[in-house]
Design a protein around this ligand. Structure first.
Ligand SMILES: Nc1ncnc2c1ncn2[C@@H]1O[C@H](COP(=O)(O)OP(=O)(O)OP(=O)(O)O)[C@@H](O)[C@H]1O
Ligand SMILES: O=P(O)(O)OC[C@H]1O[C@](O)(CO)[C@@H](O)[C@@H]1O
Ligand SMILES: [Mg+2]
Length: 526
């Protein structure tokens, strides 16, 4: 016990992080880095914007280090590039709903640890600035002119986030001017805008989709920032997936380059759960829940006939989270195929052999396949090879249909074993629905955290929960890689154990996989 408490006292924080809303000076005990690469070209706002390609400035990561291996990956602040910005008292302190909260404003030094499973002597590791309201704000209520845009594919909860941004700005900060940008990024320069008030958005969380519409492609940074500037918008809320956050990052860079007092906040959206750092994305739980209905139907169908196979295709381009969680939740699934775990069809240990064995033992089976799995088996279909959507995402072939054909072909060669396959493709049904109760609450927290961040002058961040605590994460961390199922983790092992399927790896491949798998430094195996 003694040794533990003495080592605990060694890691007691003695640092004080830089926070523009912090009145305490930084101690010599920590360092603050923040710089930008040299600007080229004109600083004159519009003129420079037309020359984006030559003069894009990339903001360098803002890293603060402290004792015992503590690292804060901080987010940009408007005061980093606009000096002498006035601050104001946060109106929340006079708000009857919030003033009763004992400690409503977050401590300016609060940060959220990315790694929460630690050993006695391990370094404290990466942290992110904790989300939440600050005592001082950098916008007066009547000064704020906010806009909201939704981009990429649909996801349950989009309308809830829109609603909560509008209502949160209005009720917490007295902001009355909020514009909806219609039809995704291109809507900034090619579509109409719609004024959003608490009355307009009151019931929208009960509907699937996005009342603003969405799109892929059409990200023209200069035109978008021109539109933001021309309309006098000073807070931009951007809801979308990995592509959208990349777009938000370049919008932030261009805004900073033009020296505009405009805060940019990203709200991560993806049913694929492929955004890194955050615990999970909103709408994911709702989609997994909806997927249960398809799996249950596949189970009923397969059970009712001789050698029945129910095959369900679920979304997940590069990440098999929906398929894995839907499988784990259902317990009716005999095989789950995801893009991260290669499989093979023919021969010993292959999928077809496993299907035969399962049918002989149980008389029926359910297979769940993520849309990005097994694409290599379908590559002979040249019609869709290298086709991309408007955002540049590779268009995938229908693995559900393709694998159905392979299974049917296989059993057609075995007249003694009649097989009955039903293919269910609920793809769009699992994302075009309203969010469930817990996703609704999650969306509210995301929206409020984003609002508190922009009001406090932070910019260039994506908001999201890290180990259950909402935090502001710099764009570069969100867009540098995709979140994928780690197949050497316990969760995938749980999935394999629940289905009883083969891992499709030889012992040698498995050991190579274990030693070679690139896992994020702070990755936690659940
Ligand atoms: N590298 C990038 N730079 C600027 N804009 C981008 C970039 N990648 C994508 N975008 C823009 O972001 C928007 C959404 O991208 P995309 O269609 O890939 O969806 P997403 O946000 O990844 O969501 P999801 O894949 O979950 O449906 C599009 O308008 C696209 O033009
Ligand atoms: O058909 P769309 O609208 O381009 O979207 C399909 C893609 O969108 C996603 O749902 C992500 O939003 C992927 O799982 C899927 O591949
Ligand atoms: Mg994407």
């Amino acid at each position: 016990m003694d040794s533990i408490s003495s080592s605990t006292s060694r890691i007691t924080p003695r640092f004080r992080c830089f926070d523009p809303t912090n009145t305490y000076p930084a101690t010599a005990n920590h360092r603050r880095y923040y710089s930008t690469l040299p600007l080229s070209g004109s600083r004159s706002p519009k003129a420079a914007a037309t020359n984006m390609g030559d003069s894009t400035t990339i903001t360098e990561p803002k890293i603060v280090t402290g004792d015992c291996g503590y690292v804060l990956e901080d987010v940009p602040h408007l005061s980093d590039y606009i000096h002498d910005l006035p601050t104001h008292t946060n109106p929340l302190q006079d708000n009857p709903a919030y003033s009763v909260v004992k400690q409503y404003f977050v401590n300016v030094d609060d940060t959220v640890a990315q790694k929460i499973v630690v050993q006695k002597d391990s370094p404290r590791g990466t942290h992110f600035r904790r989300a939440g309201p600050r005592q001082k704000v950098y916008f007066e209520s009547e000064e704020v002119h906010a806009c909201i845009v939704t981009c990429g594919g649909l996801c349950p909860g989009l309308n809830t986030v829109i609603r909560e941004i509008v209502c949160g700005l209005y009720h917490m900060y007295g902001v009355t001017r909020v514009l909806g940008i219609e039809g995704g990024y291109k809507g900034f320069y090619a579509r109409n805008t719609v004024p959003l008030t608490p009355k307009v958005v009151n019931d929208i969380h009960k509907r699937g989709g996005t009342i603003l519409g969405t799109s892929r492609g059409g990200h023209d940074t200069s035109k978008i920032v021109d539109s933001i500037q021309d309309r006098g918008i000073n807070q931009v809320y951007i809801i979308g997936g990995d592509g959208t956050q990349k777009g938000a990052s370049v919008i932030f860079e261009e805004i900073r380059r033009r020296g505009l007092k405009v805060a940019v906040a990203g709200i991560p959206k993806t049913i694929d759960n492929d955004i890194p750092v955050i615990d999970k994305s909103f709408g994911f739980d709702t989609s997994v829940e909806e997927a249960q209905r398809a799996i249950a139907a596949a189970h009923v169908e397969s059970e009712s006939v001789e050698n029945g196979i129910g095959l369900v295709k679920l979304m997940g381009r590069h990440s098999g989270f929906i398929a894995m969680y839907a499988t784990l939740a259902s317990r009716d699934v005999d095989c789950c195929l995801i893009p991260e775990s290669p499989f093979y069809l023919e021969g010993a240990g292959g999928l077809l052999e496993y299907i035969e064995k399962t049918l002989k033992e149980n008389g029926h089976m359910v297979i769940v396949v993520a849309e990005g799995a097994g694409q290599e088996f379908l590559s002979e279909n040249i019609r869709t090879i290298d086709k991309q959507d408007a955002s540049g995402n590779k268009q995938l072939q229908d693995i559900g249909f393709g694998i159905s054909q392979k299974i049917k072909d296989h059993f057609s060669k075995q007249p003694k074993m009649a097989m009955n396959l039903k293919y269910i493709d609920p793809t769009y049904m699992i994302r075009a629905i309203p969010s469930n109760a817990s996703d609704n609450v999650y969306c509210t927290l995301l929206a409020h955290s984003a609002i508190h961040g922009t009001m406090a002058g932070y910019t260039g961040f994506t908001v999201g929960p890290v180990n259950g605590r909402h935090a502001y994460i710099p764009f570069h961390r969100i867009i540098q890689k995709q979140n994928k199922v780690v197949i050497t983790d316990r969760m995938w092992a749980r999935c394999l154990s629940s289905t009883n399927q083969p891992s499709f790896f030889s012992p040698q491949q498995l050991s190579e996989k274990k030693s070679g798998e690139e896992v994020e430094e702070n990755h936690i195996d659940y």
